[in-house]
Every structure is written in C-alpha cells, then in structure tokens.
Design a protein around this ligand. Structure first.
Ligand code: URA
Length: 238
C-alpha cells in the first residue's frame, strides 16, 4: 500500500509536470469514483486506483508493460530519423513516463515488441545472459531447402562476430517461409544469417518471445495491449 498526492499520481502516469497536473486538478478535470477532486495535495492510495481525466478512465500503474504488434516503417530507436518512432503509436502519456522498446526490431520488421518504463525489466529482458528464445518468421526470396535449414542449425559465420551463430530450431512452414528460433539478438541477425546461408530475407516478423505468442494476444498490426502478470511470467526463460 502506498499513498501519493494526486498531483504526483498524475505526473507519475505521464500527464505532465507536477505544476501542470495541479492546474488540471484545480480546473476540475480529475475525478475519482464520480467525485471531482480539486485539491492536488490530497493523498490517495495508489493500489488499484482508477481515476477519470478528460472523461477517460485510467488505472494507476507503477510501471507499464506493453506488447505492440509493430507495423513496418516504424523505428525502435529513441531518435528516429527515417521513419516515425514506435512510441508515436502509443498514447503520449507513455513517452512522458519514459516508456522504451525492449531491444530493437528493424524498421521493416513487424511483430511482437515489448515496451516498458521499468528499467530493471528492460535490462533483464535485453540481457544476453538470460537466453530468452525469440521466434521469427522470415519470408525468403528463394525457396527454403533442407540444406539451408541444416546450415542455420549448424551455425554460420557473420562478419564482425567472433563465434559462429546457430539457430536453436528451424522449420519450414511453407516453401518460402522459415521459422527460426534464436537466443541471441545481434544486429540484423536473422537477415544476416539467412544471407550467410545463401538465401535472402524479403520480410520478417517476430511471432514469439519466450512463451509469449503474438497470436495469443490477438493484436492486429499497430495495436498494443498491457501485459498482465501471467503474460509477463511467460517471458521468463524456461
Ligand atoms: N533479426 C533481424 O535481422 N532483424 C530484426 O529486426 C530482428 C532480428
């Protein structure tokens, strides 16, 4: 249980500076359980708190854990240069509370992208020591052959990588489709591994992280959802 003043609560949820939040409260824009609160210094229990602001309901969250079905033509970098950043897809409150992508997908890669404002979570999820398998589905230029699958499973040498990199598993769901599972997250890894094995990646989608499947979330491209504790538990390495 922890109490915070209402101005700090709004600030923590990304509604702006404390001064701006106090002004919103004084202007009667915030209510709790149907009662408009105009005193920004009133201390309120945050656990399970639902408040209305601009006639929209918000559940207080100490941190947010988000899954986005990333569309193509969005960049994951903080300073996006050639395409809009993925944060532009989310409500602006998330940018203000410093939500960041967990790792990167290329601008043309689609699929499951985690986002959060919980630094230790981001760090733990991105750590190569955690060995969290990630599943990618690549559309290949040339048909997938048993030889290609064998090469990827045996390991390929990439420029600037000291050790060979191997797929954990590899399957061929369709003649031009390769499902590849990787534990590492090297720069352009799937595309470079496919090229090193003699094919070319025409399109790439991340379909799963750990045990969390994009399909199970039911998100169309560009849609996002909060992740609950059970879904977050699926991200732990098995
Ligand atoms: N591998 C790639 O080549 N690109 C991605 O976006 C992710 C993995």
């Amino acid at each position: 249980m922890s109490k915070l003043t209402l101005d700090r609560i709004l600030q923590s949820q990304g509604f702006g500076t404390r001064k701006w939040c106090s002004e919103l409260i004084a202007a009667g824009e915030v209510s709790i359980a149907g009662e408009t609160i105009t005193d920004s210094r009133v201390a309120i229990e945050t656990s399970g708190l639902v408040f209305e602001i601009f006639d929209e309901s918000w559940l207080y969250r100490e941190h947010v854990y988000i899954a986005l079905n990333k569309p193509a033509d969005f960049e994951c970098s903080r300073k996006a240069s050639h395409h809009p950043g993925v944060l532009t897809i989310l409500p602006e409150q998330f940018t203000r509370r410093d939500v960041q992508p967990v790792g990167r997908l290329d601008h043309d890669t689609t699929g499951l992208l985690l986002m959060s404002d919980d630094g230790p979570f981001i760090h733990a999820q991105s750590s190569p020591k955690r060995h969290i398998p990630k599943v990618y589905v690549a559309t290949t230029h040339d048909p997938v052959t048993p030889e290609l699958v064998a090469k990827l499973l045996a390991g390929v040498k990439l420029h600037d990588e000291p050790a060979t990199l191997a797929a954990l598993t590899c399957r061929m769901p369709a003649p031009h489709q390769l499902e590849i599972v990787l534990e590492q997250g090297k720069y352009h890894q799937v595309k470079r591994m496919l090229a090193a094995a003699g094919n070319h990646c025409d399109a790439l989608c991340r379909s799963q992280i750990g045990g969390l499947k994009l399909d199970a979330l039911g998100l169309a491209e560009g849609e996002w959802c909060y992740l609950d504790d059970a879904q977050l538990a699926l991200l732990a390495p098995t």
